[in-house]
Design a protein around this ligand. Structure first.
Ligand SMILES: [Zn+2]
Length: 372
């Protein structure tokens, strides 16, 4: 089974395809729920599968600290450990080191940091990150990079990008190719089109199985995110998967799919589910709001998840008011279902060449409801 993306339809710059991997097919455009520490929080693997999810993301930083990559390997790898036989993409750990770890120190060869759990000292280099992802048995491995902080000056962005490109080369050298497994490079360069272009060309010279766009959705705003995509996408090969990291809201996903992105990951649907925020075809609801206390209607009549087909808004409101754990469970399931229904709709619309019409219809639905 070769690791390959087969494009089956295109609508403008958007495309729908099938990514074949050692652990099964991924229908693209694909949304990957985040399974931070070997679990998509508040969901069983069967529930995740039921939503139409074909690939999940695991976090190297969390798994290397607890339970440890070698332990996961000795227990049969992450697929067996978390009972997710399908494809898994792992990040490199770099982003969480920068956002979570204490006393981190970056140098030209990697980053040394203290665990946020127990203060123990760890080191992550491009080669070690790739080795950890190998131990986890990640279907898709990401190169270690530096997520350039925002804002950054052009000089800072270029220096940071060049460090990431050196690390990308070392990650490529450390990666052990196996049938059906892939290694993705990551385009950096902040908001500067020329730096993004230079990064894309540097990655193409090294050669990867897929190309991610990193360093976005960190405060620059949607218009800038889309402008960076417009500047970057023409420099990425058409036959390789393109992954926009850490994005985003449903509206972000639609705009990025229209620009040719194939893969996404984001904590928004799962995190929102734990804080009573529901994404629906009528907009975003906060289920804690008192106006739902007597609302016997389903959360989203268009949704087939258990929260919507078996319960009322009033019951979901009650669960959150009473701090019952079923509230976050049901709402996480719903939000992931909503995201996967949206992706399925986008894939179908691309196949039928009516993506812009679908995007307008979805946005019109959201406009009915003022976000809380
Ligand atoms: Zn639902």
């Amino acid at each position: 089974m070769a690791f390959a993306l087969r494009i089956i339809a295109a609508d403008g710059t958007a495309r729908a395809g099938v990514l074949s991997t050692a652990h099964g097919d991924v229908l693209t455009p694909a949304f990957m729920p985040v399974g931070t520490a070997g679990t998509v929080k508040a969901m069983t693997p069967d529930a995740v599968r039921t939503t139409g999810t074909t690939i999940v993301l695991g976090n190297t930083y969390h798994l290397m600290l607890r339970p440890g990559a070698e332990r996961v390997a000795s227990l049969g790898g992450l697929h067996r450990f978390m009972d997710w036989p399908g494809p898994i993409l792992t990040d490199s750990g770099g982003f969480q080191v920068m956002s979570l770890a204490k006393l981190r120190k970056l140098d030209v060869d990697g980053v040394t940091f203290q665990s946020h759990l127990d203060g123990s000292t760890h080191r992550l280099t491009p080669a070690r990150s790739v080795e950890i992802q190998h131990l986890l048995d990640a279907t898709i491995t990401m190169v270690l990079d530096e997520c350039t902080p925002f804002p950054a000056t052009p000089d800072e962005a270029r220096a940071s990008m060049q460090l990431s490109m050196r690390w990308a080369e070392r990650s490529r050298a450390a990666f052990r190719p196996r049938d059906g497994y892939g290694l993705f490079g990551i385009v950096q360069g902040s908001v500067y089109p020329d730096v993004r272009e230079a990064s894309a060309h540097a990655l193409l010279r090294i050669g990867f199985d897929g190309y991610a766009i990193g360093g976005l959705a960190i405060g620059e705003g949607q218009a800038t995110t889309f402008a960076v995509l417009d500047a970057t996408m023409p420099h990425l090969p058409a036959d390789a998967p393109r992954y926009l990291m850490g994005v985003g809201t449903p509206d972000d996903l639609i705009g990025a799919v229209q620009r040719g992105i194939d893969m996404f990951d984001c904590v928004i649907p799962t995190r929102a589910g734990r804080t009573a925020r529901a994404y629906t075809s009528d907009g975003v609801f906060n289920l804690r709001n008192a106006r739902f206390a007597d609302d016997a209607a389903p959360l989203d009549p268009a949704c087939a998840c258990p929260a919507c087909t078996r319960h009322s808004r009033a019951y979901l409101h009650h669960l959150f008011k009473a701090e019952e754990m079923l509230g976050p469970m049901l709402l996480t399931w719903h939000n992931v279902q909503y995201y996967q229904d949206l992706m399925r709709g986008l894939r179908t619309a691309i196949t039928e060449r009516r993506l812009d019409a679908l995007a307008a219809a979805v946005r019109a639905g959201w406009a009915q409801e003022e976000p809380p």
